[in-house]
Design a protein. Structure first.
Length: 231
């Protein structure tokens, strides 16, 4: 069975709808400490900022964005930055304040998207919670709180409902929407689409279809690459 019995009713219901055989092909069952996740580290001053050579550029990268994806920045900008993340990924949490600073400094010349790429089964309810929160324009607030409360094994439905109340969403309505799990199939199918690009871990950052190298996910490099993409 894909989902263990100690998970929440939401996750169990998702498993019944999708079927264990389908979802088992998409998720690696591993403890977070053993998962192959791209690390984020500050680039040494003498290291040239660069794009990945292990993942090919995506020419039609616009197809990876949907009209319903929350964004920050200038939607008419020539530069589009997509960050693929898992809310339970420790390295994504490390990158989060760096990206927040980059967004603050480049929001006028670029548009930024944060798109989930679930690494673990227990991340599914949290990602569902993000999309439910987006209905009240609280996607980014929900993500901020999930990172702040990040813990091994993920957050429970009760914890997600508590967060919803703290960020101004009616908890009762939020729980009802969360437990319906309407976004689960699209979350998993989208994960597969991203994996087909060559993405294997998080955080992964794409600028106009080109993935940033692991050693270039510093504030300085991200700003440099964004500015270079404008030229």
């Amino acid at each position: 069975m894909l989902f263990s019995t100690d998970n929440t009713p939401l996750v169990a219901s998702v498993a019944r709808r999708l079927g264990a055989a389908m979802a088992a092909l998409l998720f690696v069952v591993a403890a977070p400490s053993r998962m192959a996740v791209a690390q984020t580290s500050a680039a040494p001053p003498n290291l040239m900022c660069a794009y990945s050579t292990s993942i090919s550029p995506v020419e039609d990268w616009q197809r990876l964005i949907t009209l319903g994806d929350p964004f920050v920045g200038n939607p008419n900008a020539d530069v589009t930055v997509i960050e693929y993340f898992d809310p339970n990924c420790p390295h994504c949490r490390t990158l989060h304040p760096i990206m927040t600073r980059v967004i603050a400094d480049r929001k006028d010349v670029a548009v930024f998207y944060k798109i989930p790429f679930p690494l673990w089964r227990y991340s599914l309810p949290q990602i569902e919670a993000l999309y439910v929160a987006a209905q009240d324009n609280r996607y980014h607030e929900m993500l901020n709180m999930q990172y702040a409360r990040q813990q091994p094994g993920g957050l429970s439905v009760d914890e997600l409902v508590a967060i919803a109340g703290e960020i101004g969403i009616d908890p009762v309505t939020f729980r009802e929407r969360l437990e319906r799990g309407h976004n689960q199939k699209s979350i998993i199918s989208r994960r597969q689409e991203i994996a087909d690009l060559g993405v294997r871990g998080t955080p992964s950052v794409m600028i106009n279809g080109r993935f940033v190298s692991s050693d270039s996910k510093s504030y300085e490099c991200l700003v440099q690459l964004i500015d270079g993409a404008r030229e």
